[in-house]
Write a protein that binds this ligand. Sequence first.
Ligand SMILES: CC1=C(CCC(=O)O)c2cc3nc(cc4[nH]c(cc5[nH]c(cc1n2)c(C)c5CCC(=O)O)c(CCC(=O)O)c4C)C(CCC(=O)O)=C3C
Ligand SMILES: [Fe+2]
Length: 378
Amino acid sequence: MPDSRTLTDPAPYDALLLLSFGGPEGPEDVVPFLENVTRGRGIPKERLAEVGKHYFLFGGVSPINEQNRELLAALREDFSGHGLDLPVYWGNRNWAPYLVDTLREMASDGHRRIAVLATSAYAGYSGCRQYRENLADALATLAEEGLPELRVDKLRHFYNHPGFVQPMIDATLAALAELPTAVRDRAHLAFTTHSIPEAMAETSGAPQDPARGRPGGAYVAQHLDVARLIAAAVEEATGVADRPWELVYQSRSGAPHVPWLEPDICDHLESLHTAGVPAAVMVPIGFVSDHMEVKYDLDTEAVAKAAELGLPVARAATVGADARFAAAVRELLLERAAVERGLPVERRALGGLGPSHDVCAVACCPNPRAPRRAAAEI
Ligand SMILES: CC1=C(CCC(=O)O)c2cc3nc(cc4[nH]c(cc5[nH]c(cc1n2)c(C)c5CCC(=O)O)c(CCC(=O)O)c4C)C(CCC(=O)O)=C3C
Ligand SMILES: [Fe+2]
């Protein structure tokens, strides 16, 4: 069976769309950005004011857009270096360049069949269906404007792709090396991801996916699989056997009476300290780049908590624009192109859950509020 690393034909696709979250680029953008993010979501006003402060602390600029520009550049470099002549566009859910504007530009540039990479690695409403709802809305707008019809295919979740996992292994080892030698071998690994409502976690993934039937659904099962992979690779590289690790959460929002995934990273650091653990490495496996959730919630808040406790911590870098990740995106695109052409192809995935499905089912990662139209599903 051909390995997707050796493929070069992008047909039937004529373009790739990098689809991301977006973030403010100056103080005057912060409030309108937060309004875009939270429209119709019942986030308490106090939480919004609090999150606004995080952005103002950084001059009202989220690092996420610059990181996506770097990823775009890495993708273009990887594609041209591998003889793949395919234009790459970028559009966001919550800030300029807005998805609908990018799709309009793609349509007027003559593109009709578009592969989409969403910068969300795992299953779940926020990382999967919500992007497909945004795609459906944008396509409906273009149809109203009388533009030619586009077909969009979302590439499979990449959380267990070697090109995503390997850079995180290296980053974890690099972070461990930052800790004082006296405590390094006894440091715990704290894998972090975005907390989501428990109900959203339970229904994450496809109904036929065995991971969905587990406690916490596919969202938690997929993160645990990645955490296990990294912990095993770190054990092998450092020779430290059975180093403890935990999966913990960050960036909770929503009303306090609604249960979200726990424990929070700050509470976790406190428990580690109380239990006599001498150091920890925070590994943000839930995020693709060092955006605001990482810069504020980990590098500012959790680091301050650790300092208060006197607990040495280090934070592993996210994958960002790593060349191995750019190569993984190319592989995922060419793999899917082969599938669409009816060709057998190897689908690379590490860990125990196997490669994610290509096309989401109608019941995949349901909207917790009300069903809405979504693109790229059966
Ligand atoms: C699973 C997940 C990811 C990871 C996967 C992925 O990467 O996509 C993620 C990423 C991100 N979340 C981000 C920002 C925000 N998320 C919010 C709110 C929420 N996130 C949620 C989930 C997730 N979010 C949920 C369930 C909510 C509650 C409201 C709702 O149901 O939608 C809010 C509202 C205020 C607040 O309460 O925090 C903000 C400002 C940014 C941009 C950061 C920057 O600017 O650099 C990024 C990349
Ligand atoms: Fe979020």
